[in-house]
Design a protein around this ligand. Structure first.
Ligand SMILES: Nc1ncnc2c1ncn2[C@@H]1O[C@H](COP(=O)(O)OP(=O)(O)OP(=O)(O)O)[C@@H](O)[C@H]1O
Ligand SMILES: [Mg+2]
Length: 139
């Protein structure tokens, strides 16, 4: 399946990645509401790469399972890692004294979500959005 890897080292890279995500969401056939969800997720994950890990990469991949199409968004870095993942997923938890809304928001916006992190090695956050089935449209 088609995939794009964007290097995230400075602010402008965030907007380039969002643009790539928007184009892929359109190509896959997402509606405007899901496309906006995807853009927000790319914004939050790339902001986390810059704020907490000194940069990293984001991979956008067109995926297919049981004839259903979707978009997988994976952020990877070699930063400090997350010592307590369940704490990091709690609304309002932030080591940067910001809102602490990013990761819990990403989890709510997507259909699948997982974090793998090893302290001192790095972090991988993966989230997948599937094209809604006909019966799920207009939610
Ligand atoms: N890639 C990462 N590497 C290391 N720690 C991370 C990473 N992403 C998130 N974290 C940790 O998880 C916490 C919660 O992340 P989250 O995105 O929810 O909030 P935030 O980035 O602190 O604030 P906000 O996203 O609301 O501006 C962060 O404060 C940070 O401690
Ligand atoms: Mg954040």
């Amino acid at each position: 399946m088609q995939s794009v890897v964007c290097n995230i080292q400075r602010d402008v890279d965030v907007y380039v990645a969002i643009g790539r995500g928007r184009d892929m969401a359109d190509a896959i056939g997402f509606g405007t509401i899901d496309r906006t969800r995807i853009e927000i997720v790319i914004l939050e994950l790339t902001r986390n790469l810059l704020a907490h890990a000194g940069g990293g990469v984001i991979e956008l991949e067109r995926v297919c399972r049981a004839e259903r199409e979707g978009l997988a968004i994976e952020a990877r870095d070699n930063g400090p890692g997350i010592p307590d993942i369940s704490l990091a997923l709690r609304d309002g938890y932030s080591t940067a004294h910001t809102l602490g809304a990013g990761l819990p928001g990403v989890q709510r916006l997507m259909d699948e979500f997982s974090i793998d992190s090893v302290v001192g090695v790095g972090t991988r956050v993966r989230a997948v959005k599937w094209i809604p089935q006909r019966s799920e449209r207009f939610r």
